[in-house]
Design a protein around this ligand. Sequence first.
Ligand code: CUA
Length: 158
Amino acid sequence: MHMHKFEKIWLIFGVTALLVFLSVLGVSAFYLGNQPPSCLAVVDPTKVDEHETFKEPGLKKVEGKDWDYELVFVAQAFAYTPGTVEVPLGAKVKVIATSKDVIHGFGVAGTNINMMVEPGYISEIVTTFDKAGEYLVLCNEYCGSGHHLMTSMIKVVE
Ligand code: CUA
């Protein structure tokens, strides 16, 4: 088949652009996938239930750390465990979360807590709840048909 010179140029340009696009995508997916900024530690998503940190989700008092409590959440389509939890007012809390399946969000309404929760990684944030009340935990990453139902509740109590 005879090809016009310009068609050839456009074809080469098109293929080159596609390859550049795919490699950029691949490279960034590699880096993002391997080193999400807030998720340094790893966990086997199929063994979350056996993991030291995640086998008993909820609030735990800890000693000798920069925070007083650890608040552990396991996310999976379409719920968090625990579904509701009480936290003492003013306590310094490290929120620790992972996912058993797909990427979920972990946003706490009325605070600046907004994490991504990825299978294979542990997301952490240290915070202090200094106002009593009920804080809705929301999934802010689209994760499927039940995404909008995926919530938990943090009750900050005196
Ligand atoms: Cu989980 Cu959206």
